[in-house]
Design a protein around this ligand. Structure first.
Ligand SMILES: Cc1ncc(COP(=O)(O)OP(=O)(O)O)c(N)n1
Ligand SMILES: Cc1nc(C(=O)O)sc1CCOP(=O)(O)O
Ligand SMILES: [Mg+2]
Length: 200
């Protein structure tokens, strides 16, 4: 999976925003909407999947294994409070990717087999996740990425200007909500991230 520009949707996301990110070159889309019902998220995933598949971009579902299984998503992303990754891997089966959030070096050391990639953060405080953990900064990020063999994406208050530092830290990509969703032109913002990642 190409994790370079990993778009995590904001609450209340509409299809047009995801399609704009896709046109711009997002390499992964995570459907994360804490306000949607399971049925609403499933319907949205089913509408988006043909577009994402045509572009070769995997769809990851945030938190909700039933939705991920029902729509046949390429992946599920869970956090430290979302259950035991080993049990979730068993329920998910071998096919879909499983992403896990890590917020401390102890979390990295405890990642079990069956996890495919890590979301490492928050790098900085962010309004996109009001209940975020203590920010780790770029130094903490680099230490955590160095401590794992799994591909890792940086998340939390990261954007275009961070790309050279994230690459130096060994990240496989950056995961963003607001750098795309709050941009005046989300497609252009996604394109700028994708181009900067390639160039760095
Ligand atoms: C790529 C990526 N990394 C981290 C997170 C955060 O997941 P989690 O800790 O489960 O928090 P919520 O997203 O559920 O609020 C993520 N979603 N994606
Ligand atoms: C969904 C999420 N998870 C985080 C974590 O640290 O685990 S931070 C975050 C939100 C990231 O939004 P933005 O790119 O707007 O800062
Ligand atoms: Mg979660």
């Amino acid at each position: 999976m190409k994790l370079s520009v990993y778009f995590v949707t904001p609450d209340g996301v509409d299809d047009a925003l995801v399609l704009a990110a896709l046109r711009g070159g997002a390499s992964v889309v995570q459907l994360r909407d804490k306000t949607a019902s399971d049925a609403e998220m499933l319907a949205q995933a089913q509408r988006l999947l043909p577009h994402l598949r045509a572009a070769g971009v995997p769809l990851v579902i945030n938190d909700r294994i039933e939705v991920a299984l029902a729509c046949g998503a390429e992946g599920l992303h869970i956090g430290q409070s979302d259950g035991d990754p080993r049990q979730i891997r068993t329920l998910l089966g071998d096919g879909p990717l499983l992403g896990l959030s890590v917020e401390t070096e102890a979390h990295v050391a405890a990642v079990p087999a069956g996890v495919d990639y890590l979301g490492v953060g928050p790098v900085r405080a962010t309004a996109s996740k009001p209940d975020h953990a203590t920010p780790i900064g770029l130094d903490g990020l680099a230490r955590m990425v160095a401590a794992t063999r799994l591909p890792a994406v940086a998340i939390g208050g990261v954007g275009l200007a961070d790309i050279p530092a994230l690459k130096r830290a060994g990240c496989a990509g950056l995961a963003v909500v607001s750098a795309i969703s709050a941009a005046p032109d989300p497609e252009a913002a996604a394109r700028a991230l994708a181009e900067a990642w390639r160039a760095a």
